[in-house]
Ligand binder design. Structure first.
Ligand SMILES: Cc1cc2nc3c(=O)[nH]c(=O)nc-3n(C[C@H](O)[C@H](O)[C@H](O)COP(=O)(O)OP(=O)(O)OC[C@H]3O[C@@H](n4cnc5c(N)ncnc54)[C@H](O)[C@@H]3O)c2cc1C
Length: 414
């Protein structure tokens, strides 16, 4: 049998590698502004689990500015406007989103694949938008020290994309940043996450956000008919958990959330429990001539606060604001790439700082500890003074430096 393995070459203004929140938002915004963009995603669809499902008010505000929020919120979702944390015996009310200066004063819990499919559908309305699934970038094409394109593996053969600019949105295991030799600073993380689902009953209640006990931390997200659960373990501790057996693990979960006792048997084996390795790192320089990384490819985020998707979207908005016009004019310079990093490095750095502080001061000691953990004084203040809860609410919901859509809409099919 002879297989037809065609080799294809494309020329475009921008090649976005990675169809996660950063890549899909950037691809859509650039196409909407009239830039020819090829988006490459190595998987066949967006239906992968455990990518985070928290669409924060900052992202919903971007959708509002794009005139899409009403349509977007027609997709099935749950909303959360208050978050509390149980530390030992004390329940702390930590966050109240109801006073935000945004159109949506809540977090929308929505499967990430719905969010990404929505952005893909919006992008497809523009003929400048070319989304290629099952297209894995494997290497960079360089020309005189400048990145000039990407080599891609597809099931149908090799694909080569020549582009004025390549944007690495390929996540925390970014191939592009490695191939580009961009140096990364790694920050130690004391934890990994075990992720699983358990049936939810309406009688369960909904607002529990997290529960920290000596040696254990469980976060449960209300996903309608099931709980998406994150059980946090010390970094590298999976072997010990597995060695103790699934029954011991079920017991540890039930000790934190006793109401799950009647259905914990749904976890039949460790096949039902996925390990997610947590990492926090950041590029010192996000770009080289002809290439820039954004989202997790530039700064891998911890799951704390569920902010990673939203920061990736904010990066995409900031990048589109600074790059759409020069890309369209064929005049992108390193100065434009530097401007994107200058805008987004500070929010990424500060958010990671807060995540690392929480990891090292609260989560790490609790996981190692044998005594009942106590909430820090600041958390007690948030609980006691409702007005103060607006501060962490703004940080969580809007991020350190909210971005606004400044790119034009050339009109679909134009
Ligand atoms: C355990 C855990 C839980 C988390 N939970 C949340 C949460 O609840 N809420 C939240 O906001 N954030 C959460 N995060 C963080 C969040 O997942 C990331 O910050 C966010 O997804 C980053 O978006 P991105 O677009 O930069 O990268 P990604 O979402 O990682 O997307 C990268 C995309 O690139 C594709 N790709 C990779 N390599 C290639 C290649 N060579 N060629 C083509 N395509 C490629 C991948 O398939 C993927 O689709 C969590 C993180 C962890 C580790």
């Amino acid at each position: 049998m002879v297989l037809n393995m065609a080799n294809e070459t494309l020329n475009t203004q921008c090649c976005v590698v990675g169809g996660g929140p950063a890549g899909m938002m950037l691809g859509f915004l650039l196409a909407r502004a009239g830039v020819r963009v090829v988006v490459l995603e190595k998987h066949a669809d967006f239906l992968r689990d455990f990518r985070g499902d928290t669409v924060h008010p900052s992202t919903l505000e971007v959708m509002h500015e794009l005139g899409l929020v009403d349509e977007f919120l027609k997709l099935p979702h749950r909303t959360v406007d208050r978050l509390s944390l149980q530390i030992g015996k004390q329940r702390i009310r930590l966050i109240d989103l109801t006073h935000l200066p945004t159109h949506c004063k809540f977090i929308a819990l929505m499967p990430q694949w719905d969010f990404l499919n929505f952005l893909a559908d919006q992008g497809r309305r523009y003929r400048q938008f070319d989304l290629r699934m099952r297209a894995e970038a494997t290497d960079l094409i360089e020309d005189g020290g400048r990145v000039a394109g990407v080599r891609i593996r597809t099931p149908d053969g090799a694909l080569t994309v020549h582009a004025d600019l390549v944007v690495g949105c390929d996540g925390r295991h970014s191939t592009l940043r490695e191939k580009a030799g961009l140096p990364t600073d790694e920050y130690g993380v004391p934890m990994d996450v075990l992720w699983f689902r358990i049936t939810r009953h309406d009688s369960d209640g909904a607002d529990v956000f997290g529960h920290i006990e000596a040696g254990a931390l469980l976060v449960m997200l209300d996903r309608g008919d099931y709980w998406q659960c994150a059980y946090v373990i010390p970094k590298g501790g999976i072997d010990r958990v597995q060695a103790s057996g699934i029954e011991a693990f079920r017991n540890r979960v039930v000790a934190l959330s006793p109401f799950l006792a009647d259905r914990i048997g749904e976890l039949k084996s460790f096949d039902d429990v996925k390990l997610l390795s947590v990492m926090v790192n950041r590029l010192r320089q996000w770009w080289r001539p002809g290439l820039i990384c954004i989202g997790d490819a530039a700064h891998a985020m911890s799951p704390i606060g569920g902010v990673g998707i939203n920061i990736a979207v904010q990066d995409a908005v900031a990048a589109a604001n600074r790059l759409a016009a020069p890309l369209k004019a064929g005049a992108t310079t390193s100065g434009h790439l530097q401007a994107v990093q200058a805008r987004r490095d500070f929010p990424a750095r500060m958010t990671q700082k807060i995540q690392l502080t929480m990891q090292n001061r609260i989560i790490g000691p609790a996981l190692q500890g044998t005594r009942e953990p106590k909430p820090p004084l600041l958390f007690k203040l948030f609980d006691a003074v409702p007005l103060l809860r607006r501060i962490p609410a703004r940080l969580l919901a809007l991020g350190i430096q909210p971005e606004h859509v400044r790119t034009p809409d050339i009109g679909a099919a134009s």
